[in-house]
Design a protein around this ligand. Structure first.
Ligand code: SF4
Length: 464
């Protein structure tokens, strides 16, 4: 953490919180850790009011299920921090705040298909981690996932430590794994419900000890396992061996569209927003959808959506009136863009200004299930793992990369208008070549770089 100018705010260069925000191109950014179990409507209204009164009114949903508030200044920050502290959602200690990175299944308590309601365990774990002075020394990105399975499995969300609910003949158990997704993480064994928090804390303590003795401390558990194997984390009390394929690894991955609209039995109503960005007014509008006396909450998900628990019967038209996306087929769900200029100092383009027009050009790709990502620089913040086309801004224009199995770009130095023509041409080529049932990425890979580049260049030249 770094101190701002003398008597100025505490700021971080990465992994911000509320107590220690981050300086960005459009002012100070506050990241509010999402409470396990969701925001009650009053908390959401307070966040909206703070964002509007003291910040720019712009909010973002993150892929770790947190909320970001943008555009604060050194002058407005203290009042914003004070009001947010009154919601009970922040920590007075920035180091406690930084390690409170526990993501729990968002709807395991209301999802009849879930293996377990993981909220009590996730809360106890977050409390145990933040209460430990030793664990506050962990790198701030280190995070834990507590997966209750069901309709919103967290198997694709990478984590340093994973606790995944499994129904066994002996009762509920948690699979304990380190460094990756449900498929890639190294499985240490199974623990009972009572043993889950001590086991997860013990893994983190061993990771801290490993970092203290290593000449070059690993920054994440995955790196530690790559370099040292699982041996430093084995042999803990209470670990049961795991044999055979675990059901958690076979759970289908979840996608943003899975939760939009009204869930079966009305358990929740889901909303998304273009680029995961929403306004203070929209957050306030979501809070207003929770029926009085229902005990409902707003749940931010790692798919950058908000699920309204306890929504009334008119919630769907109300979501539409708010400008939210509630249709799983909406092509905007397949377009992402980092904050870009002016929000990020590193950006070479105003990505979110360019992205809607570029998405129009990519209509053929999006309709066929492809994803488009627009990045302000090579760092690629928020880039989805599987994008059919990625435009990356540089000083000389956009570079277009496509999912053809090659790391070579399709074209470089594209001004926004040229990038529009290239995307439209790419869409026409894919539309003419895609086989029945084939994914866009597979079509591109099948054609290969040289054929695809030649066909797209011809299309660009002839206007289509
Ligand atoms: S990808 Fe680059 S421009 Fe975009 S937010 Fe990250 S650092 Fe900034």
């Amino acid at each position: 953490m770094t101190q701002g100018r003398e008597h100025g705010p505490r700021v971080r260069e990465a992994c911000p919180g509320v107590v220690a925000p981050m300086a960005t191109g459009d002012g100070l950014l506050l990241r509010l850790r999402h409470p396990i179990g969701g925001l009650d409507p009053e908390q959401a209204r307070t966040i909206a009011r703070v964002a509007r009164r003291y910040g720019s009114g712009a909010l973002e949903l993150t892929n770790r299920a947190n909320l970001q508030l943008r555009g604060f200044t050194a002058e407005t920050l203290p009042a914003a921090q004070e009001e947010l502290a009154r919601t009970g959602l922040t920590d007075a200690d920035p180091d406690r705040e930084a390690v409170r990175n526990v993501v729990a299944s968002p709807v395991a308590d209301v999802d009849p298909e879930a293996v377990a309601d993981v909220r009590p365990l996730a809360r106890a774990l977050a409390e145990a981690i933040t209460a430990s002075p030793a664990l506050r020394e962990l790198p701030p990105k280190v995070g834990v996932v507590v997966d209750g399975g069901g309709r919103a499995p967290l198997g694709d969300l990478p984590a340093d430590v994973r606790l995944e609910a499994v129904a066994t003949a002996a009762g509920l158990r948690y699979r304990l794994a380190v460094g990756g997704t449900a498929r890639s993480a190294a499985v240490l064994g199974r623990v009972t419900v009572e043993g889950a928090v001590p086991a997860a804390v013990a893994v983190l303590e061993r990771f801290r000890a490993l970092r203290q003795t290593a000449a070059e401390p690993p920054r994440r558990l995955a790196e530690a396992v790559d370099r040292f194997g699982t041996e430093p984390f084995e042999g803990m009390a209470g670990l049961e061996p795991v044999s055979g394929a675990e059901p958690v690894a076979r759970r289908p991955a979840a996608a943003p569209g899975d939760f939009l609209g009204r869930a079966p039995q009305g358990a929740w109503v889901g909303a998304a927003f273009p680029f995961g960005a929403l306004s203070a007014d929209q957050l306030e509008g979501l809070a207003g959808l929770v029926e009085a006396g229902s005990g409902g909450t707003l749940r931010v998900t790692p798919w950058r959506t908000v699920l309204v628990i306890g929504a009334g019967p008119d919630a769907l038209p109300a979501l539409e009136a708010l400008g939210a996306i509630s249709d799983p087929a909406d092509p905007r769900l397949r377009v992402s863009a980092c904050i870009g200029a002016p929000g990020c100092d590193a950006a070479a383009a105003a990505t979110r200004t360019d992205a809607p027009t570029l998405a129009d050009a990519a209509a053929d790709l999006l309709e066929r299930g492809g994803r488009l990502h627009v990045s302000g620089c090579e760092k690629g913040c928020g880039e989805p793992a599987a994008a059919a086309a990625v435009l990356t801004a540089a000083a000389d224009g956009y570079t277009l990369n496509v999912a053809d199995g090659s790391a070579e770009p399709l074209q470089t130095g594209l001004a926004p208008e040229a990038a529009w023509r290239w995307l439209a041409a790419l869409g026409r080529v894919v539309a003419s070549e895609q086989r029945q049932g084939e994914r866009v990425e597979t079509t591109m890979e099948r054609l290969g770089k040289s054929t695809l580049a030649a066909r797209v260049r011809w299309e660009v030249g002839h206007g289509g």
